[in-house]
Each structure stands twice: as C-alpha cells, then as structure tokens.
Design a protein around this ligand. Structure first.
Ligand code: ATP
Ligand code: MG
Length: 399
C-alpha cells in the first residue's frame, strides 16, 4: 500500500478551548472503536490533528468509515518519504496514479519548511507537476479549483505528501455532549432524531415500547435493525425494550377514548425518565415535529411534558416531513422504517384523538388508576440488548 497514514482534521472542536483535550481523546477513542476489526492501525493525536497510521492496510474501507464519524471536519491520505527531489517526484506520481480518474484535474502545492533544500516552492511545483503530467494520461492542471490538490511539505528529516481532502461528517464527537435516551418507535422520524443528536455529540441509549401480542417480533426486529443502522454513527448502542402491554390495556380500559393517546405518551415519558435516571443519562429525545399529528401540537406537548422536568430534545421540531424523509434516506433508515409492521401506538390510536388536550382533565382521568405500580413493573422487566454494527441478531430469522 502506498499511503502510510491518514491525516484527520477537526474543525469545530479546535475552537472549544479548555475542553479540547477531552474532545480529542473522545474522538480518538470513537475512531478506534469503529476500526475494531483493523488491529494493525496506529493512532497518534496532536493538538490539532489525529494521524491514523495504516501500517500496510488499504485505505478504501477505512475512508468510508471515517466519513461517518462525527467530529471530523476533513481528512487526507498521506505519505512520507526522504527529502530528495527524485524520490519526491516518484512518490507524488505514485500517489496521483492510485487516485485519479480520467478527466480529473490536479495541482501541486509545495511548501519548503527546510530553507536549505536546493529547490524553492515554484521549482518544486513545476518539477513535480510536470513529472506527473508526462507520466499520466487524461489528467490536466487546474490551479484554481482542482479535484486533487497534492500538498508537498519538505522538511529536513522527511517530506510529507497529502492528497485529496475527503469531507468529514462535521458535528462533535459522540459522547462529548453527554448521554440521552432516544425514544425510538420504528417510524421514520425518531431514527433521524437519533442521528441528529449523535451529530451534536450526544451519546444515545434507545428505548422502545413494545406491546405483545398487539405488536409482533417483527416490530421488535425493526427497532433492532434501526438501532443497528445508527451504530454506524455512534458505535455500540444499548437498546431497552419496555413491556408496555399492561399499561396500554389499562389506559384503554380507564381513560376516555379521545384522551388515550395523551395518556399513552405521558406514561411513555414517565417510564423513559425512570430508565434515564437509572442509566445516568441527562435528557430524553423524541422524533416529534410541530403540528405533524394530534400528539404534536403545542397544547398536546404541554399536557404530555407535564410528567417530567427533564430536558426533552426534539431535533425535528421545526422540520417538514419531506426534509426528514430526505435525511432518513441519506442515513439508511428510511427503508427499514417503512416496513409494514405495526407499532404499539398505531394499534391503539383512537379515531379522533384530542388535538388540544387539557392537562387537568388527563391528570384527573389518570388519578383513578394506580399507574405507578405498573410503571415500576415495566421498568423492572425491561429487556436490554447491546447492538453493534457486526452483530447478527437472534431475530434475523424472522425477516
Ligand atoms: P416516528 O416516525 O418517530 O414514529 P411519528 O411522527 O409517528 O414519529 P408519533 O407516533 O406521534 O410520531 O411519536 C412521536 C414520538 O414518540 C416518536 O418520534 C418517538 O420518539 C416516540 N414514540 C412513539 N412511539 C414509540 C414507541 N413505541 N417506542 C418508543 N418511542 C415511541
Ligand atoms: Mg410513530
């Protein structure tokens, strides 16, 4: 393999002042996690870069994974050679040859850190550039906006060549903003909410409310698969499956029909909040978008939100459905979300849910039932699965 290492740059985190060390350490750890099955790689973090030493591994698969890691602004393939013009020319040609496609443009940007080196920047650009042009076909020079910018930095001890900047995913390293519980339904919205939270550095654990026999193992599989898609951005993710049947049946039996949905949401939040406390997370995340359905009006939110003072992140709150669907396609969750399996809320959805529920009313309806006991029981019987990217889940036979 001709590339020795990948040079990784981080944009936003360079501005984070005192937290910088923590951010860089976290990013490095996240990269190491994602590259778990490449034991030969080496990692070296400095103040403003991470060098990933390839140690003989091919860069292709690695590049693809790096592009999904939050906290990386851009990265470049790099190689090191002796500071000798003939060697530099050969290395530069080799690098370009391994990357370019017919019709591509390039330029050479040389930098002479070692002022004793007998060729100045212009000489270097010309010598290296013409060597590449003579020995390739279908490649032209574009000094303004080249596809490949080959940077050559000549230092005393060695010369460093980097080429082709790959765009990183941006955002902040996952985990650098603390942990929150994502309420994941199996629909289109909540996985996108999870993705956007990961992007801002929030580590997530997933909570899913499951109501057998009204919802089947296939619905559960869907949530496992969605969580698995999110691991591409967040590494290992813990999934909690909450048995919700008894609570839902109780709501159906005791709460007037047009208030069942409000009550269901309130119970979900209560359970999720208890679990959050147990898992030492700092917030809850939902896929709500303002006005999308009856439970997502401001009046509904006021009545539902009343059960907790924990911060609830709603990354999609101002987004249109079409914008959300676009992201779902990009992150690979859309096709899983549209699998036609029932979820616990669709089944119990009343014909005409209140779009402007009253808090005092819903509290009164609930006061006739001892929900606390049922909530406690649900939390005690949670099934927890750690989901990883490689994992073959036990339910895959159901697909
Ligand atoms: P989604 O596409 O995420 O299902 P939605 O537009 O269908 O969202 P609702 O069904 O009203 O909206 O759900 C609102 C939010 O409540 C969801 O985005 C999710 O965060 C949470 N939620 C709903 N059902 C469940 C469930 N069964 N388990 C966990 N969270 C849920
Ligand atoms: Mg839904």
């Amino acid at each position: 393999m001709i590339f020795d290492y990948i040079l990784i740059r981080f944009g936003e985190i360079s501005t984070k002042g005192r937290n910088r060390r923590v951010f860089i350490e976290r990013l490095k750890r996240n990269i190491i996690d994602v590259m778990g099955d490449y034991p030969n790689l080496g990692y070296e973090a400095t103040r403003d870069r991470i060098y990933l030493h390839l140690n003989g591994e091919s860069h292709e698969g690695i590049v693809e994974r790096l592009q999904a890691i939050f906290g990386i602004q851009s990265f470049s393939l790099a190689m090191k050679c002796d500071s000798d013009l003939d060697i530099i020319k050969e290395k530069a040609l080799e690098a370009i040859k391994s990357l370019y496609e017919q019709g591509d443009t390039f330029k050479v940007t040389a930098k002479r850190a070692d002022k004793q080196f007998p060729y100045d920047t212009n000489d270097l650009n010309y010598q290296i550039g013409s060597h590449i042009l003579i020995n390739t076909e279908g490649l032209t020079v574009d000094v303004k906006n080249p596809k490949i910018n080959l940077r050559v930095e000549v230092r005393k001890q060695a010369t460093y060549l980097t080429c082709y900047d790959y765009k990183g995913a941006g955002g902040l390293p996952v985990g650098s903003s603390g942990k929150a519980m994502l309420l994941l339904s199996g629909g289109i919205d909540s996985p996108v909410a999870g993705y956007l939270s990961l992007k801002r550095g929030v580590e997530i654990e997933v909570v899913h409310f499951f109501s057998p026999p009204y919802t089947s193992e296939r619905a559960k599989q869907k949530v496992i698969d969605l969580t698995k898609e999110l691991t591409a951005f967040g590494g290992k993710i813990r999934l909690h499956i909450v048995p919700f049947t008894q609570i839902q049946e109780k709501i159906q039996a005791q709460v007037p029909e047009n208030y069942t949905m409000t009550s269901t949401r309130r119970m979900m939040l209560k359970v999720a909040d208890l679990l959050r406390e147990k898992q030492q997370a700092l917030a809850l995340i939902t896929g709500e978008s303002l006005g999308q359905v009856a439970s997502q009006t401001l009046e509904s939110m006021l009545a539902i939100n009343d059960v907790t003072s924990t911060p609830i992140l709603r990354p999609l709150i101002t987004m249109d459905k079409t914008e959300i669907i676009e992201i779902a396609h990009e992150i690979g969750t859309h096709d899983i979300s549209i699998r036609p399996f029932e979820d616990c809320c669709t089944i119990f959805t009343p014909a005409s849910p209140k779009t402007k529920p009253k808090l005092d009313k819903v509290s009164r309806f609930e006061s006739f039932v001892d929900f606390d006991e049922l909530i406690k029981e649900a939390v005690e019987n949670i099934e927890t699965i750690d989901i990883t990217a490689e994992q073959e889940s036990e339910y895959s036979s159901l697909l």
